[in-house]
Design a protein around this ligand. Structure first.
Ligand code: ADP
Length: 395
């Protein structure tokens, strides 16, 4: 048995799960947030109960020390020696990383160099790594798990944008995708649920606050909806997803804004939030629809339509589809949205079982026995995927 810490460090927060491997039992989990603010917040689960501490947490090193001390103080581990490895989520691996790697100086440098592509995330991911490296004994193995790596199998004609080629060769402008750890985990689960066939065509719909759809053929990602940045693809909670790029200049000129200001609107004030004017949280928008808000209803219809359109596109990309898996906040929990999406899929011989679809946050087949395509609800588990990759590499 080894204990692996799966870490997701952001600029002001740090989420963690300590997992026993290979049993995959979660020993504890929690988060540190508001790092660098006047009062930080630390939550850790002890025997299933959440213990919350509010205290100043000036930087990530303090956050990591706080969390590691809490593990010992609450007897979750008897000493830090019990932690064998740490897996760190890294948002952008560019073209340098097509798989998880054991961290060395070169990997840290490459991740730092990629910060241009993920300025909010990669620097924070490195800070998180350094804090754990500093706090834990030297023999502890560290692994970087990249959110883009799973999408590195895309063929050139799929990841290139139809722009002058030098923007790719000189500036590395291309599709990278995101949510890769989730797409990898969920597609593996789906393949298992299909009985591990030799050939498989899976479409994964990761529908959370951010949303992306991917096409996974024989276990390899062949296309994904997010692009050079997570702004592309389906409509999301606050992001527009795909749109005519000329809109950016048009709005900028009309409203006297810069391109970055318009992009900020596309990232933070658009999507279901922008169209509904209600909220970025689908629960609120659904509640508004239930009260007769027609604008909210139209926003949700637009959302389901756009997800269905990607499913159609990826079915074409794979010349068919064996399973469609729904995951993340909305995909796992929202039977009504799943149904709305599946209503577009009758032409595939897809039949949603309305009784089986009444499932929330659990792994289940939600199609009828006769359905030509297996519909699945699969809770994502990025931490477990990180732990699996970490164990595989540090052994
Ligand atoms: P992220 O990790 O991108 O922040 P999550 O995967 O946690 O997002 O998903 C969060 C979103 O899931 C919320 O915006 C919420 O609208 C949606 N969600 C969660 N539970 C439900 C539910 N029961 N019905 C509809 N939407 C839900």
């Amino acid at each position: 048995m080894v204990k692996v810490m799966a870490v997701n460090a952001g600029s002001s927060s740090l989420k963690f799960q300590l997992i026993n491997m290979p049993s995959e039992e979660v020993i504890t989990s929690g988060l540190v947030e508001r790092i660098g603010q006047e009062v930080g917040n630390f939550v850790i689960k002890v025997n299933g109960e959440k213990i919350q501490t509010q205290t100043p947490i000036p930087d990530h090193q303090v956050a990591v020390d706080l969390l590691l001390n809490a593990l010992v103080d609450h007897h979750i581990v008897e000493s830090l020696e019990e932690i064998d490895a740490v897996g760190h989520r890294v948002v952008h691996g560019g073209e340098d990383f097509d798989d998880s790697v054991v961290v060395d100086e070169e990997a840290v440098k490459k991740v730092a160099d990629l910060s241009e592509l993920a300025p909010l995330h990669n620097p924070a991911n490195i800070i998180g790594y350094k804090a754990f490296k500093e706090a834990l004994p030297d023999h502890v193995g560290h692994v970087f798990v990249f959110d883009t790596a799973f999408h590195q199998t895309l063929d050139k004609e799929r990841y290139l944008y139809p722009l002058p080629l030098e923007y790719y060769t000189d500036l590395k402008v291309r599709k990278y995708g995101a949510h890769g750890t989730s797409h990898k985990y969920v597609s593996q689960q789906a393949i298992e649920m299909l009985g591990n066939p030799k050939e498989s065509r899976i479409i994964v719909c990761h529908l959370g606050n951010g949303a992306s759809v991917s096409a996974v053929q024989d276990g390899k990602c062949i296309d994904t909806s997010m692009g050079f940045t997570p702004l592309a693809g389906v409509m999301m909670g606050t992001r527009s997803g795909d749109l005519d790029p000329a809109i950016i200049e048009f709005i900028a000129n009309k409203e006297n804004k810069t391109a970055s200001e318009v992009l900020n609107i596309l990232n933070k004030e658009s999507g279901v939030y922008g169209l509904s004017g209600v909220s970025s949280d689908f629960r609120d928008v659904k509640a508004a629809r239930a009260e007769g808000n027609k604008v909210a209803a139209a926003a949700l219809d637009a959302y389901a339509y756009r997800v269905a359109k990607y499913i159609g596109a990826y079915t074409a990309a794979m010349n068919g589809v064996d399973a469609i898996a729904f995951t993340a906040g909305l995909g796992e929990n929202d039977d009504i949205t799943r149904k709305a999406i599946c209503e577009y899929l009758g032409y595939l011989g897809t039949e949603l079982d309305e009784v089986k679809n009444d499932v929330h946050g659990e792994t289940a087949i939600i199609s009828t026995d006769d359905s030509k395509v297996t519909l699945l609800c699969v809770p994502t588990n990025e931490e477990l995927m990180i732990a699996r990759d970490t164990v595989a590499l540090v052994k």
